[in-house]
Design a binder for this molecule. Structure first.
Ligand code: SI3
Length: 288
């Protein structure tokens, strides 16, 4: 399960329905052009928290059907509705996904016992292994070393997607849990995380920048830090331009320039203005 995973986008039409063909094209682009090691399905980048249970299931099915066994698949099933999360965990297990992942429960200020119970409930009915999705900036949930350790006591919890700029905690985790899988979640910090010996990374910008991300990771692993730093610099120029223009919308438009019908974002996300659409196309021209 090591390596680089694209946090997969989903293609939606103007009404917010899934565009199956577009989704299949995004999958193919990631596998055939970017050559990533795996896909992280229905994460933040997949606009997961804006869609229905039925749509989540449909996306899981289409992606598995398109991928087959070509790359590894991780299914993000986390939800404030723990019954839904457990149902989706069962659903993707039946589809043959390689692992599940679940965001820490957010919005209500759950205490740690509640968070632990949430993960144990999701895992009760399945044998599929789980990667914790930790993203404190969006969920407001920060866990410390001991709390990660307690979650890791459940042997079905095999790792964490660590989307935080806390490199002290990342180093402590790596040191304390050499056998757990740690994935870096911030693409702009991939080199720094790779130096700390993470097992892989999961990122939104890999949808358009997968090749550079892979180079950074591979170079860092073989100790070629100067070369990796050069590529991280170009990557961060690209990420800065994407973030300034609108993260998911810009990545979608960049994919469109490559003939991949990535479509529209779901409401309440807004569409790019004409000016920003042109900007997205110029970013694509500059970096792809
Ligand atoms: O679940 C997911 O879609 C992700 O893997 C998210 C990933 O951590 C991204 N975070 C968000 C909030 O989109 C990053 O890849 C992020 O977009 C990137 O580093 C730019 O800041």
């Amino acid at each position: 399960m090591k390596g680089l995973y694209t946090a997969l986008m989903c293609s939606f039409d103007e009404q917010g329905n899934i565009n199956e063909q577009g989704l299949r094209e995004i999958v193919r682009y990631n596998i055939e052009v970017s050559e990533v090691d795996g896909l992280y399905v229905n994460g933040s980048t997949g606009e997961n928290f804006l869609i229905s249970t039925e749509q989540k299931k449909q996306i899981f099915e289409i992606v598995k059907d398109e991928v087959g066994d070509r790359v590894k698949l991780m299914a993000q099933v986390g939800s404030l509705n723990v019954d839904e999360a457990a149902e989706l965990a069962q659903f993707v297990t039946n589809l043959g996904y390689d692992a599940i992942s679940a965001v820490t429960p957010f919005y209500y200020k759950f205490d740690f016992e509640e968070i632990k119970d949430y993960y144990n409930t999701i895992l009760e009915g399945v044998d599929t292994k789980l990667i914790i999705y930790s993203i404190p900036a969006l969920t407001g949930v920060s866990m410390n070393l001991e709390q990660f350790g307690e979650l890791f006591e459940n042997e079905k919890i095999i790792g964490v997607k660590f989307t935080a700029p806390d490199f002290y905690l990342l180093e402590r985790l790596r040191h304390a849990y050499p056998d757990k899988l740690i994935y870096s979640g911030f693409d702009e910090m991939l080199l720094s995380a790779s130096v700390l010996n993470v097992d892989g990374a999961i990122g939104s910008t890999f949808n358009v920048n997968g090749k550079r991300a892979k180079q950074i990771f591979t170079l860092a692993q073989s100790g070629r830090i100067d070369e990796a730093r050069e590529i991280q610099k170009v990557t961060n120029d690209l990420i800065s331009e994407i973030l300034e223009n609108g993260l998911y919308q810009t990545i979608k438009e960049m994919l469109e320039t490559q003939g991949v019908h990535a479509g529209y974002v779901r409401k309440p996300m807004k569409r790019l203005s004409e000016e920003k659409l042109l900007k997205a196309r110029s970013i694509a021209e500059k970096y792809l």
